[in-house]
Design a protein around this ligand. Structure first.
Ligand code: R5P
Length: 326
C-alpha cells in the first residue's frame, strides 16, 4: 500500500480591512507578497460582510487593520475577518493592529467602569486570533490582556533617530507630557546619548474625556530644545498645553513626537497654532490630506511591520529588531 505523505510548506498571507489599505499596500511591498483579494461591504443597517476570494486553508494569516475613526467599525470588521479565516481553516491568525483601539481604557479609575482594552483582547481571542502585533501600546501591561503571544513593536527608535538627526543633541531635553510616560522619555534619552529629561505635572478630570489640565514643568528646560513625546495625539489638548508650559518655562524650541496621529476634533488647528516647530508622527493611522500641514512630518511604519511579520512567519526573533541581537 502506498504511503500518504504531505510536504507541507508554510504560506504567508496578508489581509487588510478597509481602515487603511494604503498602509497594507506598503507592507505588502515590503514583504514582496500580494494582498489576498477580499470582498467587503456594509449592509444598509451598517452590518459588515467580508469574504476572501481565494482559499486560505492552512495559511499563516496576518490581518492588518488600522483602528481609525470610526473605530468600532474597523474593529468589528477585523473581528469578522478573523472569524472568516478561522472557519476557512487558516493555520495561524495574527491580528496586526498598529494602533490598538481602546488602549486608554486599561484600568478602572472608579467603580462601575469597564476595562475595554481587556475586552478587546478577549474579543480577538474569541474570534480566533492566535497572536497580536501592535505598535507602541499606551501601556505595556496591555500585552498581558491577550492570552497568547503579543508582538509589541516600537516606533520609538525610528522617531528618536529622526529627531536626533535634526538637532544639536547637547541642547536636547526629552519631555514627558505626564508622569506616566517618564519611562518612555528615559528610553528616548538612552537612544539619544543620555540627554536630560523633564516632565509635565498633568492632572485630569476623570469625568471629562479628552480634557487635561496642565500643571508645571518638572526639570530644567531653560534655553533647551525640548522634544515632547507621547504615544498618541488625539485632540492635541495634552501635547499643546505641554508646549505652552515648556515655553513658559523658558524652552528655546519645542518639537512634538508621537506615534499615533489620531487627530480628532480640534487637533489639527491646535497643532498648527502651537509654537512647536515640528510635529513628527507615524502612519500607524491614516492622515487625510486635509489634516496635513506644513510642519507635520509623517514617518512610515511599513518597513517595521514588514520586518516583524517576516520574523514571525520565519520563526525568527522580533526582539532582535530592537536590541540588535538575534
Ligand atoms: C494619555 O494618557 C495619552 O497618552 C495621551 O496623552 C492622550 O490620550 C492624548 O489625548 P489628547 O490629544 O486628546 O489630549
Amino acid at each position: 500500500m502506498s504511503e500518504l505523505r504531505l510536504t507541507s510548506e508554510k504560506r504567508l498571507r496578508l489581509f487588510t480591512g478597509r481602515g487603511f489599505p494604503e498602509l497594507a499596500d506598503e507592507v505588502a511591498s515590503e514583504l514582496g507578497v500580494p494582498l489576498t483579494p477580499t470582498s467587503a461591504y456594509d449592509f444598509a443597517n451598517g452590518e459588515i460582510f467580508v469574504r476572501f476570494e481565494e482559499s486560505v486553508r492552512g495559511c499563516d494569516a496576518f490581518v492588518l487593520q488600522s483602528h481609525a475613526a470610526p473605530v468600532n467599525k474597523q474593529i468589528m470588521e477585523q473581528l469578522i475577518m478573523v472569524d472568516a479565516l478561522k472557519r476557512a481553516s487558516a493555520k495561524r491568525i495574527t491580528v496586526v493592529a498598529p494602533f490598538y483601539g481602546y488602549a486608554r481604557q486599561d484600568k478602572k479609575h472608579r467603580g462601575r467602569e469597564p476595562i475595554s482594552a481587556r475586552l478587546m483582547a478577549d474579543l480577538y481571542k474569541t474570534a480566533g486570533a492566535d497572536r497580536l502585533m501592535v505598535v507602541d501600546l499606551h501601556t505595556s501591561q496591555i500585552q498581558g490582556f491577550f492570552d497568547g503571544p503579543v508582538d509589541h513593536l516600537f516606533a520609538l527608535p525610528m522617531l528618536a533617530n529622526y529627531v536626533g538627526s535634526k538637532v544639536d543633541r547637547s541642547m536636547l531635553t526629552i519631555v514627558s507630557p505626564d508622569s506616566g510616560r517618564v519611562r518612555v522619555a528615559e528610553r528616548w534619552s538612552e537612544l539619544l546619548g543620555g540627554c536630560p529629561i523633564a516632565f509635565i505635572h498633568k492632572t485630569r478630570d476623570p469625568l471629562i474625556p479628552n480634557e487635561s489640565v496642565t500643571g508645571r514643568v518638572v526639570g530644567d528646560v531653560t534655553g533647551r530644545t525640548c522634544v515632547v513625546i507621547d504615544d498618541m495625539i488625539d485632540t492635541a489638548g495634552t501635547i499643546t498645553k505641554a508646549v505652552d508650559a515648556l515655553f513658559e518655562g523658558g524652552a528655546k524650541d519645542v518639537i512634538i513626537a508621537a506615534t499615533h496621529a489620531v487627530f480628532s476634533g480640534p487637533a489639527v488647528e491646535r497643532l498648527k497654532e502651537s509654537r512647536a516647530v515640528e510635529i513628527v508622527v507615524t502612519n500607524s493611522l491614516p492622515i487625510a490630506e486635509d489634516k496635513r500641514f506644513d510642519k507635520l512630518t509623517v514617518l512610515t511604519i511599513a518597513p517595521l511591520l514588514g520586518r516583524a511579520i517576516r520574523e514571525v512567519f520565519e520563526d525568527g526573533s522580533v526582539t532582535s529588531l530592537f536590541d540588535g541581537h538575534s
